[in-house]
Design a protein around this ligand. Structure first.
Ligand code: SF4
Length: 887
């Protein structure tokens, strides 16, 4: 019997430890300091995502299977030829926060050190580049000063632009559990949307999209006018305070001016200011809502400014805390795999650093200046300036803004190489060469989470097909280009030791990123490496960043940066009156290549939705299909009324791709404005308008196999569980023609049918030997019957006569309908939860005891809170705070 392997979740930047073995459910690692055994719904479902369906298992050239030698020769020759004819800046790599640190290191070393181009950027550009730029401006180095324990020790936790409850669920549960233990702790959420995270908040500030800088400038002005500054810290450890404060006072002199700029109630702003002033132990956690903005870097610095101004940094329970979206965004920052950074936190701008790296790598070709950041990099491909690109473990044809143009750029590029574990993706479909990479559970190396903890990802599955580690693929191309000596690694331990040694190069405390204490790990010690937080220098110790009030600037002082408030790059107008905000949903990750395999996870949000305040929806009905149009593109989505949306804005998740819902891809509509310093795109603010999608029919098809997502003008396909695939459909052709076409697809057999052309209702069920094979429902609008009972019939074997007769009604003879689960882990739905509330459950914990809902990963606890709040009584299990100020 195999034993559990200790490894790390491949999804978000919380970096939870997991225990895994083939064929068994994945569980949380009780010994891991990020999660102490807890997992969210995505982590819990990891075991359901390990099938080899859709995997790329062999190298391919132009869609035809090739040997590794042939494919690698083609890549090396293509890059060599392009560089010879057009120079090194005619090639590029686009990599990913999904990569292990060792893979990331190898890619960066190849590009910057040996191809001689700085045109290597990461999809982390979309995630936390503004945080990186803000840290470097303020601290002189990209250092996240906080840990998860600081969140638990804080008296005030401020979550800015972060739906933590859905996007970093385990961390959110740690915060709520800490507040249960320490009721003086207060939680403030700053977000234009009322998200699930707000269910646990003492104060929600639904500020106008993009106005975060004004809010934090207002706070800085307030602190400066009310004796709230730490004059000693400012004098000894910082510079730039006078100018930052002068600007803040000029723009936002008081709560009223701040409230006006931010579109907030002045009393809420005053409460926030007073709460901050009174709570020395304050952590401000921020995420994509801050970073993904044309003013993202200023937002980050506005947040850091108030921490520096109050000296709330470098001590327990306080500090600005950038939380990363991706599992190894931090590792990518360590190895310098962004176009404007060098390895090991060396800097182009710091005299001598580039020479140090040149010498260490023996890489004379190291470029003299930064390369193109993601959006500009793909613009250069579009313009024909970059002629060969190698895309590793990411899907820019769907994830970048203005994604339609990215797709066209790749289609016109001379050489597109894709290394991935997935064969078909919006990007891989455009590749000339596909290289099969190992996936999670198969690869081996390290990742670093948001609190600077390096953890091992270990393999517990055999390599499938001919798939190889990314570092090996990169090293083989390097060898073919004549650089084999610099890439002669035997495994990830070799690369990690080199990376660790580089971090200590001429360091002497100049750079906090120093893991030289790990540079001499034996292979065995690397294999057994326990989670380790950096810095861990060769001299020992794990100093808390900035505890000594020294920063990585030339004079050792942190910088307060004046941050003038700037409106988002594109303004709404009469043509495009609404603001499109994009983000994540609770149970999906990125482009769904893994989470989309789990019927349990897909059940939470089966199709892409657009949420809008009911007052902005006008005549558009809840559940209808709408076209969302922007200047650069459009998408078709299921409309949801959500009173939690701020008036004037809409929200759309970014997960759906060609494979799951071609018309539901939102990034072709998102504008490509970027922050001038960080280059991070403004994924949270695109002016749009809505109109109805005038389908002539709506429908769904349930079948034992997937028929793809091109069955109708609008189509979403997903695994439905019980061996069934669900296709949600809408068509512009005549209903009768659509019905005939779809029915023909399923073939002849024992069909039961109901056809009513006058009302546009068509229903059919196909049985084989008494088992349900497929059912097809079409109607004139989106008000179609529920699918859940029908889906359950696919697992029921030979159907009893009562069920067969009930198929076209889509409900059982006894009328007892199953329901979609609120708690995905235990399959508990709203009816059972409602019954528990009616029976007297007054808290989320009480509901958990009665139904088990919310007792595993906790991801649904905000929804349980919402159901309690909707009940006609006071049901909260945490006393609402009258004021933020803790006594
Ligand atoms: S919070 Fe969830 S998605 Fe994030 S690392 Fe933990 S288990 Fe994975």
């Amino acid at each position: 019997m195999s034993t559990d392997t200790r490894t790390t979740c491949p999804y978000c930047g919380v970096g939870c430890g997991v225990l895994a073995r083939p064929g068994a459910p994945v569980t949380g690692d009780p010994a891991h300091p990020a999660n102490f055994g807890r997992l969210c719904s995505k982590g819990t479902a990891l075991g359901e995502t390990l099938s080899l369906d859709g995997r790329l298992l062999h190298p391919e050239i132009d869609g035809v299977r090739a040997s590794w030698d042939t494919a690698l020769d083609r890549v090396a020759a293509g890059f060599a030829e392009t560089i010879a004819r057009h120079g090194p800046d005619a090639v590029a790599l686009y990599v990913s926060g999904q990569l292990l640190t060792e893979d990331y290191y190898a890619a960066n070393k190849l590009a910057k050190g040996f191809l001689g181009t700085a045109n290597i950027d990461s999809n982390s550009r979309l995630c936390m580049a503004s945080a990186v730029a803000g840290h470097r401006r303020a601290f002189g180095e990209d250092v996240v000063p906080c840990t998860y324990e600081d969140l638990e020790q804080a008296d005030l936790v401020i979550l800015v632009g972060s739906n933590t409850a859905w996007c970093h669920p385990v961390l959110y549960q740690r915060i709520l559990a800490a507040r249960d233990r320490r009721p003086r702790m207060r939680l403030v959420v700053i977000d234009p949307r009322r998200t699930a995270t707000c269910e646990g908040a003492d104060l929600h500030l639904p500020l106008a999209p993009g106005s975060d800088v004004a809010l934090f400038n207002g706070l800085l002005a307030h602190l400066s006018l009310t004796g709230g500054l730490d004059a000693g810290f400012l004098a000894t450890a910082t510079g730039g305070a006078a100018e930052a404060i002068r600007l803040a006072r000029a723009e936002t002199p008081d709560a009223a001016a701040t409230a006006a700029l931010c579109g907030l109630d002045v009393r809420d702003v005053a409460r926030f200011f007073a709460g901050f002033a009174a709570s020395e132990r304050t952590v401000t956690l921020f995420s994509q809502g801050v970073n993904q903005s044309s003013a993202g870097t200023d937002k980050v610095n506005a947040i850091i400014n108030v921490h520096l101004a109050t000296g709330r940094i470098g001590r327990p329970g306080m500090g600005p805390f950038s939380i990363t979206g991706q599992p190894n965004a931090m590792g990518g920052r360590e190895v310098g795999a962004l176009a404007n950074t060098l390895a090991a936190h060396l800097e182009w701008e710091r005299p001598g650093d580039a020479d140090l790296l040149r010498g260490f790598w023996r890489a004379p070709a190291l470029p003299a200046r930064p390369g193109l950041k993601a959006v500009d990099l793909f613009r250069a491909i579009e313009a024909g300036k970059i002629r060969a690109v190698w895309i590793i473990a990411t899907n820019p044809a769907i994830s970048l803004p203005r994604a339609g143009a990215v797709r066209r750029a790749l289609a016109g590029c001379g050489l597109v190489v894709v290394s991935d574990c997935v064969r078909d993706s919006d990007t891989a479909d455009l590749a000339h060469v596909r290289l099969p990479a190992l996936g999670w559970g198969e690869k081996d190396g390290t990742v670093t989470n948001s609190e600077r903890v390096i953890s091992r990802q270990r393999a517990f599955l055999p390599p499938p097909g001919e798939a190889k580690p990314d570092w090996w693929i990169i090293a083989e191309v390097a060898r073919r280009l004549g650089h084999g000596g610099a890439f002669a690694w035997n495994g990830p331990a070799d690369i990690f030791r080199e990376h660790a040694a580089l971090s200590g190069l001429a360091n002497d405390g100049r750079r906090l990123f120093d893991i030289s204490g790990l540079a001499h790990l034996t292979d065995e010690a690397f294999e057994n490496l326990a989670p380790t937080r950096w810095p861990c220098p060769a001299g020992g110790g794990t100093p808390r960043p900035f505890a000594d009030q020294r920063f990585a600037t030339p004079d050792g002082r942190a910088r307060l940066v004046p941050t003038p408030y700037r409106a988002p790059a594109q303004a709404t107008d009469a043509r495009f009156p609404l603001v499109l905000n994009t983000g994540r949903v609770r149970d999906q990750w990125h482009t769904m290549t893994r989470t989309g395999k789990s019927a349990r996870l897909m059940a939470h949000k089966p199709v892409p939705e657009l949420s809008v305040h009911p007052d902005d929806a006008g005549p558009l009905a809840d559940g209808a299909l709408v076209v969302v149009e922007a200047a650069v593109g459009s998408a078709i989505l299921r409309l949801r009324h959500d009173p939690g949306l701020r008036r004037g804005s809409v929200f759309v998740p970014m997960h759906w791709t060609d494979r799951f819902c071609p018309a539901g891809r939102i990034n072709p509509a998102v504008n490509a404005a970027t922050d001038p310093l960080s280059g991070q795109p403004e994924l949270k603010y695109t002016p749009v308008r809505l109109r109805p999608f005038l389908a002539r029919w709506h429908g769904f098809l349930l079948a034992r196999r997937a028929f793809g997502a091109a069955l109708a003008d609008w189509c979403a396909v997903l695994p439905a569980g019980d061996g069934a695939w669900r296709h949600e459909l809408a068509g512009l052709d005549a209903p009768e023609a659509g019905f005939a076409r779809l029915k023909h697809l399923l073939g002849d057999g024992a069909w039961t049918m109901l056809r009513d052309p006058a009302s546009g209702v068509f229903r059919a069920a196909l049985l084989a030997d008494g088992r349900l094979e497929a059912c097809l429902f079409l109607g004139p609008d989106h008000m179609l019957p529920p699918r859940d009972w029908l889906v359950g019939r696919f697992a029921a074997g030979v159907l009893p006569a009562t069920d067969r007769r009930a198929l076209l009604a889509a409900r059982p003879a006894d009328g007892k309908m199953p329901e979609a689960p609120v708690c995905v882990c235990h399959g508990v739905g709203a009816i059972a939860i409602g019954a528990a509330i009616t029976a007297g459950c007054r808290t989320v914990d009480a509901i958990g005891r009665a139904t088990r809902a919310g007792t595993n990963c906790g991801s649904c606890r905000p929804e349980l809170h919402a159901l309690l709040d909707a009940a006609p009584r006071d049901t909260t299990d945490h006393e609402p705070a009258a004021a933020l100020t803790a006594s």
